[in-house]
Design a protein around this ligand. Structure first.
Ligand code: PGA
Length: 254
């Protein structure tokens, strides 16, 4: 049984004081349940503050939105895996479509980051997903297969099991257009099939696959009740502590 994982991708939002306020409301709203793994993914500048605010809520984990693959050196403006470990970060979002499209990240770059994350015992949340043009041209499976094989190259079964995949159709991110539960399930089942080919079926069954793209309290439960949807990566709706708490609760309902 795969434990659901719901992550809040705050993107370039949230000052330290906003993050502290978010957490005090969120913890009250979300309640005590431990059925769902919760991850907050703040900008780098708020990570230490988020850790401090979560001092009595160790079940909520912290992630980062990106990192460089090298351990240290002359890479002005970059953050290393070791620096994230030093901040008690457990997860790192890699290959988000905004990084791929706006900052030119290729599958090869994403693969270096994914491997560096595992070396540093950080768990990657690897994002994959097709654009609207690619969907309309019937290329969904080809795009997903290329991104998965390129970004996960060189990983063993144990590392794959400790990787979370986020299927995020680019046309659904921040647009209010969610994939239907059927469209999402179809893509997730395909992702799991490719994971089985990359490794083996038993390993693929253990890998958690999140859906991302306009997840809101009113569609979260239906999406996450699909057999291959094991959680959500939430952008816009994760900036509101009540909405995000409702989405977490939706993941816990059968
Ligand atoms: P959204 O973003 O929920 O605002 O669509 C999701 C994401 O980019 O991870």
């Amino acid at each position: 049984m795969r434990k659901k994982i719901v992550a809040a991708n705050w993107k370039m939002n949230m000052t330290q004081s906003e993050a502290t306020r978010f957490i005090s409301t969120f913890l009250l709203e979300v309640g005590e349940s431990r059925d769902v793994e919760i991850v907050l993914v703040p900008p780098f500048t708020a990570i230490a503050t988020v850790n401090a605010a979560l001092e009595n809520a160790q079940h909520v984990k912290v992630g980062a939105q990106n990192m460089h693959w090298e351990r240290s050196g002359a890479f002005t403006g970059e953050i290393s895996p070791a620096m994230l470990r030093d901040l008690f970060v457990r997860y790192v979002v890699l290959g988000h479509s905004e990084r791929r499209i706006l900052f030119g990240e290729t599958d090869e770059i994403v693969n270096r980051k994914v491997r560096a994350a595992h070396e540093a015992t950080l768990r990657p949340i690897l994002c994959v997903g097709e654009s609207l043009e690619q969907r309309e041209r019937g290329e969904v499976e080809q795009v997903l297969s290329t991104q998965l094989r390129g970004s996960l190259a060189g990983l063993g079964a144990k590392e794959l099991q400790e990787t979370v995949i986020a299927y995020e159709p680019v046309w659904a991110i921040g647009t209010g257009k969610t994939a239907t539960a059927e469209q999402a399930q179809e893509a997730h089942a395909f992702v799991r099939r490719v994971l089985g080919e990359i490794s083996d079926e038993a390993t693929a069954e253990k890998i958690r696959i999140q859906y991302g793209g306009s997840v809101k309290p009113d569609n979260a439960r239906t999406l996450m009740s699909q057999p291959d949807i094991d959680g959500a990566l939430v952008g816009g709706a994760s900036l509101d502590p009540r909405s995000f708490a409702q989405i977490v609760q939706g993941a816990g309902e059968k």
